[in-house]
Design a protein around this ligand. Structure first.
Ligand code: 3PG
Length: 399
């Protein structure tokens, strides 16, 4: 982006793809504005250079047509506040409202267009359909800046196709995210540990396979741990279990042993009869989970074990909560891991929190962003980067 902002951009219309996919509560209030804040520096630098800035983004997964609950309108006020200037809002993405808003922009002005995914062309698998939509977006601008790191793993019109139609630049956020993630994949300082959590083991299998080539230790908690515990021969009661993946997990445990990668699993777990904050909980060793109880967080011994395994690390990547942290009785495991990362940061190590959910979790638990080396705005995108996959939104910029 420096190539662009070092020029006088007065009179230049710049289309910026940001990731403003923020969590909203029932009243449509933003509950974590991390992605909006992370998007501001790029937008501001273009506006300061005199450009007419047209921001495009998605929210949620609407099915190619407008739906009130997915409108980007709640984001516009926060973006204006953070930028310190009024951001114009277009009620559609490429229709009459967008055209009028874009035509009305003066030098340094900023506009946000309505949710890209209200248009079927944005996410279409058909290249022509995507291309038609990308043509309309490109017609608004003279240059394109890709800054939505959270979506660079999607081959979508505003991420990929539009870059083939305009002079294109990597935004500051995409640049800094890639720089940090490169340090994890290319030459991490060792010991290098990866902590994985979250509910779905199936989503993480490819990344685990890839990480076995680079990481020294893999710590696994959250809902996904129970499939690994089952693979170790434990009964997991009514905990989350992906029965189809037990054999794959068994294979991972064996191949980790052969490669000298240490896999660390919980040794105790907080159990409850159901997924609720208002039931009696207890802590048991993972070998003693009763048939009618489910594990909802890693237990205190596991917290101490995970902290010990992270204490001497020089590099740590973390994706996914250790338990159902939204409910107070099951938040201690996630909090303990967050604290262990904070300690590594204080000791001079590099800590990276990946993923919108993990980022929201640490903030909700009271940790400020500056206590970690880097909080990635990309969940799927950062995991796919670590998997070694080609990310379409990065590849097209490099091309
Ligand atoms: C995310 O939330 O990870 C990004 O905004 C991408 O959203 P998507 O998974 O709906 O494509």
């Amino acid at each position: 982006i420096d190539d662009l902002t070092s020029q006088d951009l007065k009179g230049t219309r710049v289309l910026v793809r940001s990731d403003l996919n923020v969590p909203l509560d029932d009243a449509r209030t933003i509950t974590d504005d991390g992605r909006v804040r992370a998007s501001v520096p790029t937008i501001k630098s273009l506006s300061d250079a005199g450009a007419k800035v047209i921001v495009v983004a998605h929210l949620g997964r609407p099915k190619g047509a407008p739906e009130d609950k997915y409108s980007l309108r709640p984001v516009v006020a926060r973006l204006s506040e953070l930028l310190g200037k009024e951001v114009a809002f277009a009620e559609d993405t490429v229709g009459e409202s967008a055209t009028a808003v874009v035509e009305g922009l003066g030098d340094g002005d900023v506009a946000l267009l309505e949710n890209l995914r209200f248009n079927p062309g944005e996410t279409s698998k058909d290249e022509n359909e995507r291309g038609e939509f990308a043509d309309k977006l490109a017609a608004f601008a003279d240059a394109f800046v890709s800054d939505g790191f959270g979506v660079v793993h999607r081959k979508q019109a505003s991420v990929y196709d539009v870059a083939t139609r305009l002079p294109h630049y990597a935004g500051g956020l995409v640049g800094s995210e890639v720089e940090v993630l490169k340090r994890l994949t290319e030459d991490p300082q060792r010991p290098y540990a990866v902590v994985l959590g979250g509910a779905k083991v199936a989503d993480k299998l490819a990344v685990i396979e890839n990480l076995m080539q680079t990481a020294d230790r893999l710590l696994i908690g959250g809902g996904m741990a129970y499939t690994f515990l089952k693979a170790q021969g434990h009964e997991v009661g009514s905990s989350l279990l992906d029965a189809e993946k037990v054999e794959t997990c068994k294979g991972f445990l064996e191949s980790a042993k052969e490669r000298g990668v240490e896999i660390v699993l919980p040794v105790d777990t907080v159990i409850a009869p159901e997924f609720s904050a208002d039931v009696e909980t207890s802590v048991v060793p993972v070998s003693e989970i009763p048939a009618d109880q489910m594990g909802l967080d890693i237990g205190p011994e596991s917290q101490a074990l995970f902290a010990e395994k992270l204490a001497d690390c020089k590099t740590v990547f973390w994706n996914g909560p250790m338990g159902a942290f939204e409910m107070a009785p099951y938040a201690a495991g996630t909090k303990a891991v967050a604290q262990a990362l904070v300690d590594v940061t204080s000791g001079g190590g590099l800590t990276v929190v990946g993923g919108g959910d993990s980022a929201a979790a640490v903030r909700q638990l009271g940790f400020s962003d500056d206590r970690f080396g880097h909080i990635s705005t990309g969940g799927g995108a950062s995991l796919e980067y670590l998997e070694g996959k080609t990310l379409p939104g990065i590849q097209i910029l490099a091309d």
